[in-house]
Design a protein around this ligand. Structure first.
Ligand SMILES: N[C@@H](CCC(=O)N[C@@H](CS)C(=O)NCC(=O)O)C(=O)O
Length: 210
């Protein structure tokens, strides 16, 4: 299986970390976002959205990181994606919330304004966007803080895909000035997840972010 992606990107990172955790070989094909390779016609042919990552497994092509994670974890029995309807629904709940709120409203705007813009030379950070994102971050981080007060991982007592999905947007928390320290249980959980050997194996280069 091949993953077309950009190692500094948190989404590429999360998909590769899931494969590493499952012990599945996943060949990386570089799509250098800093060079605009996501818009190249041969890449657009497999991913018309012009975004990374994209998984290619023989003649099966899949984009959207959440779907990629579920596909990888569906290849063999494992505890990241247990064969139990309620546990899977619970995992999908957190993945959906991340896509709709946590990643989109809270984390990505901070990473873009404070980290990506300076790297791209795309002008000064927009302070109004940052202020709104910080409000959203407080709203969402409180939910995680309360939830993680009574359990070590997002779904039950064990690591699942939900943890990879929700932790991914925090990869650049420090560089993007996310106020994680205000949320001790969330910070402990993030330290636990990011200390996994699979995260270290696939860790992004800090030179660029996307
Ligand atoms: N919803 C998509 C988002 C993919 C996405 O936005 N990827 C970023 C990198 S983390 C990207 O390709 N950005 C380049 C661009 O939008 O031109 C997913 O979860 O896979």
């Amino acid at each position: 299986m091949k993953l077309h992606g950009f190692p500094p990107s948190p989404r590429t990172w999360a998909a590769r970390a899931v494969a590493a955790q499952l012990g599945m070989p996943l060949e990386l094909v570089l799509v250098d976002l800093s060079k605009g390779q996501q818009h190249a016609p041969d890449y657009r042919a497999i991913n018309p959205t012009g975004r990374a990552p994209t998984l290619v497994d023989g003649d099966f092509v899949l984009w959207e990181t959440t779907a990629i994670m579920q596909y990888l974890a569906g290849q063999k029995p494992n505890t990241l994606w247990p064969d139990d309807a309620r546990v899977r629904a619970d995992i999908v709940r957190w993945q959906s919330w991340t896509l709709a709120h946590w990643e989109k409203d809270s984390c990505v705007p901070l990473v873009f304004e404070r980290l990506v813009k300076p790297i791209l030379g795309a002008g000064p950070p927009d302070e109004a966007v940052i202020a709104r994102a910080l409000e959203n971050f407080a709203r969402d981080a409180r939910i995680l803080e309360t939830h993680l007060a009574s359990q070590p991982y997002l779904v039950g007592q064990a690591l699942t895909l939900a943890d990879f999905s929700v932790a991914g947007p925090l990869v650049y928390a420090q560089q993007a000035g996310m106020p994680l320290a205000d949320y001790p249980k969330l910070s402990e959980w993030f330290a636990r997840v990011s200390a996994l050997p699979c995260w270290k194996q696939t860790a992004p280069q800090p030179a660029a972010a996307a």
